[in-house]
Ligand binder design. Structure first.
Ligand code: 13P
Length: 252
């Protein structure tokens, strides 16, 4: 049985005190909401991990970093490794976000290293994929998505793949207010599950959580989450206000 997940990706937002306050607000709202039909995760900046982990305490909320290095330790000034992330208490790391691929030139090969190091250090991976507007319009989008998944994840064993969550985030829908329609998203989620079936078998594919990301908000989340292959969301802008985020969490 696969899990539903709603994960926030705070990106490069909030100071540490602001982040701690936001985390507190989310934890309180989750506690007040009673039994939820999804897991809740907050993806916070590196600087916030330890403090937010303390804030979460025993609350039923997971913690994610937004990246990790493609090396374990050593002379890599400014980098933060998977063992460092794990030592903060975080259980997840977001890898392959289009902003990291696009602005920081992360390649499939680098992401493969990062995935391996994350798993070796006990972190679950939220692995992002998605096409640009140009790729959507010229019809190559399925090839692009398949290559992103294949080139950084298909070296894993079926057992290892159980620690992977996929997030489909069409670049043209990120921060633009333009959501993929629920039918467009469902089509890609089903396509991804088909790829996973071919590579890892039907059971693993069926158990894999596939999230949608891109201008997801309380108003469109119910329709997206009602689709059979959409198992939750990776939320940017709307994760920065506890009320908006909770509006998506409770959309299931
Ligand atoms: P928005 O929800 O702000 O469109 O961002 C989506 C995203 O990139 C989450 O990783």
């Amino acid at each position: 049985m696969r899990k539903n997940i709603v994960a926030g990706n705070w990106k490069m937002n909030t100071t540490v005190p602001e982040g701690v306050q936001l985390a507190k607000d989310v934890c309180e709202a989750v506690a007040a909401a009673g039994e939820l039909k999804c897991d809740v995760i907050m993806g916070v900046p590196f600087t916030h991990l330890t403090a937010v982990c303390e804030t979460i305490g025993t609350a039923n909320v997971g913690l994610a970093a937004q990246n990790c290095a493609d090396h374990t330790s050593g002379a890599y000034t400014g980098e933060v490794s998977a063992p460092m992330v794990a030592s903060t208490g975080a259980g997840y790391v977001i890898l392959g976000h289009s902003e990291r691929r696009g602005y920081y030139n992360e390649t499939a090969e680098m992401l493969k290293e990062k995935v391996d190091l994350a798993l070796a250090n006990g972190l679950k991976v939220i692995f992002c994929c998605g096409e640009s507007l140009e790729e959507r319009e010229n019809g190559t989008f399925k090839d692009v998505i398949a290559a992103e998944i294949r080139d950084s994840l298909f070296h894993l064993s079926a057992e290892q793949f159980k620690e992977i969550v996929i997030a489909y985030e069409p670049i043209w829908a990120i921060g633009t207010g333009k959501t993929a329609t629920s039918d467009q998203a469902q089509e890609i989620h089903a396509f991804i599950r088909g790829l996973l079936t071919e590579q890892f078998g039907a059971q693993v594919a069926d158990d894999t959580t596939i999230l949608y990301g891109g201008s997801c908000k309380p108003s469109n989340a119910p329709e997206l989450f009602a689709k059979p292959d959409i198992d939750g969301g990776l939320i940017g802008g709307a994760s920065l206000k506890a009320a908006d985020f909770m509006g998506i969490v409770t959309a299931f």
